[in-house]
Design a protein around this ligand. Structure first.
Ligand code: PMV
Length: 278
């Protein structure tokens, strides 16, 4: 689809699960997203259209949506669809919308989808770049100094919901030390991103801590081990999953081309993304 309004998806770079316990999480926009365009259908006659307009009715419109984001995989698909649709409709109505209003309206749509959303998804997809988020505090918008190339691997749709994964972590008696580690690590990653420094090692450490926390399936863990042997820095992104899939896994490092070829060979679905572009 050409034209229309494009809104990016997002990945959580660091801090998922720990954010539930008041630690910082870092989320960033990616160069894949959703495009929405208003298409006029059903109203063929100018006079009929005018009649609807003078009557104060909404023009009869439909929105065409094209998405590069798998649904329900933690890439912010629902927030991006809402924001792109709102943007397209407002452009169609000739009523430009600024980012603050777009954020508020996208939040309204997210409340339908998620009940009580934290706001990290709408904030990341609407403002772009890097968002530092701590529960109960206004989110902070930061710039990533140097865009980061990552591979995203589909480890399979989790059988558990985000809520179930959060509850599973809550029931873990030895979680506090891991949560504190993730919290410290996320603060460190924040500093490095702003300065344009390498974060591969930290992402990998965050990935290992999430494995320790028990939110990664055995299958995804053995895939992580293989990727690490090839030099990859590996972390799941989002809530994770243990019974079947663990959702999306990110891989950083210097050998992404080699790793991509290895995955393609085994028909493990993956795609390259750039993080932090607006
Ligand atoms: O899978 P996502 O992108 O919706 O992320 C979930 C993040 C958690 O920290 C696991 C839950 C939350 O509400 O913050």
């Amino acid at each position: 689809m050409s034209g229309g309004v494009f809104v990016p998806g997002k990945v959580i770079l660091a801090g998922e699960h720990a954010v539930v316990y008041g630690k910082m999480a870092l989320s960033a926009s990616i160069n894949k997203g959703v495009r929405a365009r208003v298409v006029k259908r059903g109203v063929k006659n100018e006079v009929v259209r005018k009649a609807i307009e003078v009557a104060g009715g909404e023009p009869q419109i439909e929105v065409e949506i094209e998405s590069e984001l798998p649904v329900g995989s933690g890439l912010g698909s629902s927030a991006a669809v809402a924001a792109a649709t709102i943007g397209a409709v407002r452009a169609h109505l000739n009523r430009p919308i600024d980012k603050d209003e777009l954020f508020e309206l996208t939040m309204e749509c997210e409340r339908i989808a998620h009940g009580n959303p934290s706001g990290i998804d709408p904030a990341t997809v609407v403002y772009g770049g890097l968002i530092a988020f701590t529960k109960g505090q206004p989110f902070e918008r930061l710039k990533i100094r140097k865009p980061i190339k990552l591979l995203l691997i589909e480890t399979g749709k989790p059988s558990e919901s985000t809520k179930e994964m959060v509850e599973m972590v809550a029931s873990k008696t030895d979680k506090d030390a891991i949560i504190n580690e993730i919290g410290k690590l996320t603060e460190r990653v924040r500093g490095k991103l702003v300065k344009g420094e390498e974060i591969g090692e930290d992402l990998d450490q965050n990935g290992r801590l999430l494995e320790e926390l028990g939110v990664v399936s055995e299958k995804a863990k053995s895939l992580s081990d293989e990727l690490r042997r090839m030099g990859g820095k590996v972390k799941i992104t989002g809530a994770g999953g243990v019974k079947t899939g663990s959702g999306m896994m990110m891989v950083a490092g210097r050998d992404l081309l080699k790793i991509k070829a290895w995955l393609d060979n085994r028909q493990i679905r993956n795609f390259e993304i750039t993080v932090g572009t607006e």
